[in-house]
Design a protein around this ligand. Structure first.
Ligand SMILES: [Zn+2]
Length: 169
């Protein structure tokens, strides 16, 4: 089932990795050094050093983003149809994706790109949050125009977005 963006935009997926009960305060992610403290996740070099000096009081557990990456569990997958994209446009598109991801991680450190690859004429970007997938798709649409099509995987496990400039498809 495919629906237009407006309907889909505010729908929220259940994120099985965001159960806060499994994290004790404070927790450090050994993979990316993200800190869980006062019910939120953030990077803080000073606090990190401080916590590392009293390791026995700190819990170590991978953050939800690193767990999704190691489990390969994307919440968003964006398919960019390369049909009709010139090579220089494709390079710009990839840069646009990277910029948007860099911007979003400052807002939410758990929003990461899991994988980017080419497949059957598509450039595919997998993300740890559906919000990052939406933001990347919208940023590309803003720059390159075209259409976005949203659908959910079976069982609402992840949001699938397809971007294409060939609207007759
Ligand atoms: Zn981490």
């Amino acid at each position: 089932m495919k629906r237009r963006m407006d309907e889909m935009y505010d729908m929220k997926l259940k994120d099985p990795y965001m159960d806060r009960n499994i994290y004790k305060d404070p927790t450090i992610c050994p993979t990316c050094k993200l800190i869980y403290h006062n019910k939120r996740w953030f990077w803080d070099e000073k606090l990190y050093d401080e916590l590392m000096s009293k390791k026995s009081e700190v819990n170590f557990k991978e953050c939800p983003a690193c767990r999704k990456i190691s489990d390969h569990y994307p919440l968003g997958v964006v398919y960019f149809d390369k049909d009709g994209l010139r090579p220089d446009e494709f390079e710009n598109l990839k840069r646009r994706i990277a910029n948007e991801a860099e911007y979003e991680i400052k807002r939410n450190p758990l929003a990461r790109i899991i994988k980017e690859y080419e497949q059957d004429g598509y450039y595919v970007v997998e993300t740890t949050t559906e919000t990052l997938a939406k933001k990347i798709a919208k940023a590309v649409q803003k720059t390159f125009h075209g259409d976005l099509e949203f659908s959910f995987s079976d069982g609402h496990k992840f949001l699938r977005i397809e971007w294409s400039r060939n609207s007759e498809k």
